[in-house]
Design a protein around this ligand. Structure first.
Ligand SMILES: Cc1cc2nc3c(=O)[nH]c(=O)nc-3n(C[C@H](O)[C@H](O)[C@H](O)COP(=O)(O)O)c2cc1C
Length: 447
């Protein structure tokens, strides 16, 4: 059974020898982020001593497909099919009355910057930010819970800023604001990677209760408990929860901030959250996700892969797999693998991919004999199967991603598709060389 709380997960990873414990004191301003970045998403990390704070902090729980899948007790190749299954057949959560996250409840004198480690990550960031809290709000229907991650700049006392870029959630907040009401929101820190992954599935596409999707991923109902000061439910086994309200009619400057794409985003006026309660487990473990790290890009990339796969499948049923690469920031580059049955399948798959994801910029389609996870194999297919005048197309002036500077400076984005599949009539000429017995060779046997 996969673990439903990070203590049990970190415990197993420690026993397996995967967990790296950092015993030396680390400064939450820059040094913490620099150490996490040095590990390149390879290990879960547990920092025992964070300068100025009395609680340990973990990061890197889902920095690679292997770790992410392992946290849910599955193989990396099952990530996509299992997530699709979880969206299609979500598992209801279980309501409980008593919860570990309510072992400590703070409702007065909340001074956020003193409570839990809050980090400053990049040189030009405007201040210290919480970047990993999984926010819960009511869904548009008032019934479903809507989870997502939104960064929060620490302001004075019990206030933070919040950056919401998703149009649906912004619209929901504006409707509260138009009525002069605050929007209740809870922020869960220290949750298992399945909850982070599920939070990233596109709300407007799937309209799922993402906590139920996380339960289905873990194949057991997650326990939820009612908040103490607002009408929302949160995970009973979260390490820490902030309960609060996004205020109507209040804005504070937010940014610059080192964004996903590896550049600084500018400053803008954004809404403000007022925290009404902080609840936490005894001996809490604080958790964060390094901005622009693999741990941030991977769950976004996987949720986008699902959307791409379903839009391509409508026109090219022979699509086998898609891979949104992390080098392409987890959203701008895709490799699509198809079993080609008709001439035109390659370019049609590319058109469907661009129609299915407005942020996608460059995409390559390969045949089923190519390993789409191996950049050398994909490059080999481009090198040996593509004639640029026939197999490449560019669509100028389409929509793009607001997080991408080359789009922002021009206001539109070009799309480039590369069809690296072989023409069906010439397939015989594209047989890969093969040495009989190669796959069974173990070099050790010959040394
Ligand atoms: C680590 C992390 C940090 C994120 N930070 C933000 C953020 O600050 N603002 C934002 O709007 N989206 C952020 N996102 C993306 C949203 O969480 C994501 O768009 C959302 O969960 C998907 O639902 P949606 O369809 O409502 O966009 C972040 C994602 C991750 C994984």
């Amino acid at each position: 059974m996969a673990e439903t709380n990070i203590r049990a997960l970190l415990g197993r990873w420690e026993q397996d020898g995967r967990l790296l414990r950092i015993r030396r004191e680390v400064d939450p301003r820059y040094e913490f982020g620099a150490v996490v970045k040095a590990d390149k998403g390879q290990h879960p990390l547990l920092f025992e001593r964070i300068k100025g704070f009395g609680v340990p902090m973990t990061a890197g729980l889902g920095g690679s497909k292997e770790l992410l899948a392992d946290s849910m007790g599955m193989a990396p190749e099952d990530l996509l099919p299992d997530l699709i299954r979880a969206i299609v057949t979500p598992l209801p959560t279980r309501s409980v009355e008593r919860a570990p996250v309510h072992e400590n409840v703070l409702t007065r004198g909340i001074s956020l910057e003193k409570l839990f480690p809050v980090c400053t990550y990049h040189a030009e960031d405007s201040g210290a930010y919480y970047v990993s809290g999984v926010m819960v709000v009511k869904g548009e229907d008032g019934r479903k819970r809507y989870t997502s991650i939104r960064r929060m700049q620490v302001l004075e006392g019990n206030r933070t800023g919040i950056l919401i870029t998703s149009p649906e959630l912004l619209q929901q907040y504006r409707e509260y604001e138009a009525r002069g009401e605050a929007m209740e929101a809870a922020f869960m820190f220290g949750v298992v990677p399945a909850v982070v992954l599920a939070s990233q599935i596109s709300t407007h596409l799937f309209h799922a209760d993402k906590l139920e999707v996380a339960s289905a991923l873990l194949q057991q109902p997650l326990d939820v408990v009612r908040c103490k000061t607002i009408d929302l439910e949160v995970l009973a086994e979260a390490e820490v929860v902030f309960e609060g309200r996004i205020l109507p009619g209040v804005r504070e400057p937010e940014g610059p901030f080192g964004e996903l794409g590896g550049y600084y985003g500018g400053q803008s006026d954004q809404p403000v959250v007022e925290i009404s309660a902080v609840t936490y487990r005894n001996q809490p473990i604080w958790q964060t996700i390094l901005p622009a790290s693999y741990e941030e890009k991977l769950p976004m990339a996987i949720s986008r892969e699902i959307a791409l796969l379903s839009s391509i499948r409508q026109v090219v049923p022979g699509v086998l797999d898609v891979h949104i690469t992390l080098g392409g920031v987890g959203r701008y580059h895709a490799v699509i693998r198809i079993r080609k049955t008709q001439e035109g399948d390659g370019k049609t798959a590319l058109l469907a991919a661009f129609a299915g994801d407005k942020d996608l910029k460059h995409a390559v389609v390969v045949d089923e004999d190519v390993n789409l996870f191996d950049p050398l194999d994909v490059e080999w297919a481009i090198a040996t199967r593509v004639q640029a005048d026939l197999d490449l197309f560019i669509v100028p002036g389409a929509k793009g991603s607001p997080l991408e500077p080359s789009h922002n400076l021009r206001g539109v984005s070009a799309k480039m598709g590369i069809d690296a599949t072989c023409p069906l009539a010439e397939a015989w000429h594209y047989r890969r060389t093969h040495i009989p017995g190669q796959d069974e060779i173990r070099l050790e046997d010959y040394l």
